[in-house]
Ligand binder design. Structure first.
Ligand SMILES: [Zn+2]
Ligand SMILES: [Zn+2]
Length: 306
């Protein structure tokens, strides 16, 4: 799985940072890509990447501030021109009002789509996706408008088959191997075996926490506790600017430090960065946090394997 940042700035677009958006490439795991937030010019940023808009079938919106949604209409509308069937429906998750925002904009701009859109409006902490591969939860944050974080939990996968052990029984590689892996027991030569005896230990799934615009509050620690990957806003990168965070309903580097204190995070990505910072200060910021985990300050168009 990969994540690619399309916009990493806070509030206004800046010369080197577009407004918020990033896309997960889950093609291997789920055969789809998921977009989180869609700031203005997101579709222009996509043109500079290998992301295929038709593969984006789920869009998660954190809140209805302009820097997180103004790219939606353009993106959805252009996506229509890339499809000649209704094969690739889009599901949009977001706070109550997201449906109205999109539908009214579509109406005023005389825009009709060649595919269907399903809206899942969220108003609380809830499980919004649960299938055999992944579970996704929404989580209310503390911003100055209703705003949601998301947690993606990939389920553990069965271990690998011990082919040597199966050959010893006389079972040669073939389609039967898949059957053995997928069922709890199997029958061979009139005898029933437990599949688990032929499998290595389950492989743990990754857990990803996404924290868009919010003030710090204690619940965040609990929310991110078991995540090995965290993508969080960190509008104020320097400790001396931390006092702006609370009054502006955002996070500072000190808040992020507090949030990950007892977490299992291995990869931490900071995004939604104020335009006041240039790259020179980043090394010090990363170094002040990096004994805990790998820290990356995200930049537009950067792509990471997770
Ligand atoms: Zn924002
Ligand atoms: Zn906001």
């Amino acid at each position: 799985m990969e994540v690619q940042f399309l916009g990493t700035g806070a509030g206004l677009p800046a010369k080197f940072r577009n407004t918020q958006s990033f896309v997960f490439n889950f093609m291997q795991e789920l055969k789809e890509c998921w977009m989180f937030d869609c700031g203005e010019a997101t579709q222009h940023q996509i043109l500079k990447t290998n992301i295929k808009p038709t593969k984006i079938t789920k869009i998660f919106i954190s809140h209805l501030h302009a820097d997180h949604v103004l790219g939606l209409i353009g993106f959805l509308s252009s996506r229509s021109f890339l499809l000649d069937t209704n094969a690739s429906k889009v599901t949009i998750y977001g706070p109550v009002g997201i449906k109205d925002f999109i539908e009214k904009n579509m109406m005023f701009t005389h825009c009709s789509l060649s595919y269907s859109v399903e809206y899942i409006e969220i108003s609380s902490e809830q499980c919004i996706i649960d299938n055999k591969t992944v579970t996704v939860f929404s989580y209310p944050l503390a911003h100055n408008v209703e705003c949601f974080g998301y947690k993606i939990i990939f389920k553990k996968q069965k271990g690998s088959l011990d082919a040597d052990k199966l050959r010893e029984l006389g079972i040669m590689p073939g389609p039967f191997y898949r059957e053995i892996k997928e069922s709890d027991t199997f029958e061979f030569n009139g005898k029933v075996y437990n599949s688990s005896e032929f499998l290595s230990e389950d492989k743990p799934g990754k857990e990803i926490s996404i924290i868009p615009d919010t003030r710090y509050f204690e619940g965040l620690n609990e929310f991110v506790k078991n995540s090995n990957i965290i993508i969080t806003e960190c509008t104020y990168l320097l400790k001396e600017d931390a006092h702006h965070a609370r009054k502006n309903y955002h996070l500072s580097i000190l808040d992020v430090e507090k949030m990950i204190e007892n977490s299992k995070v291995e990869n931490l990505f900071l995004t939604h960065i104020s335009a006041r910072y240039d790259r020179n200060i980043e090394k010090d910021v990363v170094e002040s946090l990096c004994d805990k985990c790998s820290v990356k300050i995200a930049h537009d168009l950067e792509e990471y394997t997770l």
